[in-house]
Design a protein around this ligand. Structure first.
Ligand SMILES: Nc1ncnc2c1ncn2[C@@H]1O[C@H](COP(=O)(O)OP(=O)(O)OP(=O)(O)O)[C@@H](O)[C@H]1O
Ligand SMILES: [Mg+2]
Length: 155
């Protein structure tokens, strides 16, 4: 798959990057390898969250979480895949960031505020955990990392 290309769910037609179609895809999967992919992922996440019915604040939270996880894919994992899916019962949005990078040895440390192996702020993962309603992370050194998070629509 080309960099930045979208894989939509079964209900939609494939379309060139960034072009809206009449169909409303309720899932997508993005290959994330370079900085430009982060912006694209952020934008697609915002659109999907809006379509799914999240309010402005929740949409912003999802887009921010996507920006952080996509940045980590580029910066720490040498690239990976970011998938978003609309959930119906209960309604919400699920996001999954997956890579086959070096993995994380100490998850507790990686999830603590202020820890960064890259001289950065170290608030990405703990921030995502706070912004989303559910958060789970699986990682094995040498095998990669998988993060799943969901945001529910509040009635
Ligand atoms: N996908 C990943 N693969 C391997 N290591 C990761 C991955 N995501 C995060 N990490 C590790 O977890 C640490 C914490 O991640 P976090 O996003 O909180 O901070 P950061 O990316 O270093 O800084 P910031 O996000 O604040 O700019 C990273 O420094 C890195 O060591
Ligand atoms: Mg980060």
């Amino acid at each position: 798959m080309r960099r930045g290309e979208l894989e939509h769910g079964p209900r939609s037609e494939p379309h060139p990057h960034g072009v809206e179609t009449a169909a409303t895809p309720d899932s997508l999967s993005l290959s994330i390898t370079v900085e430009a992919d982060i912006m694209a992922a952020c934008r697609e996440a915002r659109l999907l969250a809006e379509r799914a019915g999240l309010d402005r604040t929740a949409t912003y939270h999802v887009a921010t979480a996507v920006a952080e996880l996509a940045t980590n894919l580029v910066r720490h994992a040498g690239g990976g895949r970011l998938s978003l899916r609309r959930l119906l019962t209960p309604p919400g949005v699920e996001l999954i960031a997956e890579d086959r990078g070096p993995g994380i040895t100490d998850l507790r440390l990686a999830l603590s505020d202020g820890y960064s192996s890259a001289g950065s702020l170290g608030c990405g993962l703990p921030g995502v955990r706070r912004l989303m309603d559910t958060f789970s992370i699986r990682s094995a050194p040498g095998e990669g990392t998988r993060i799943e998070a969901t945001k529910w629509i509040r009635p």
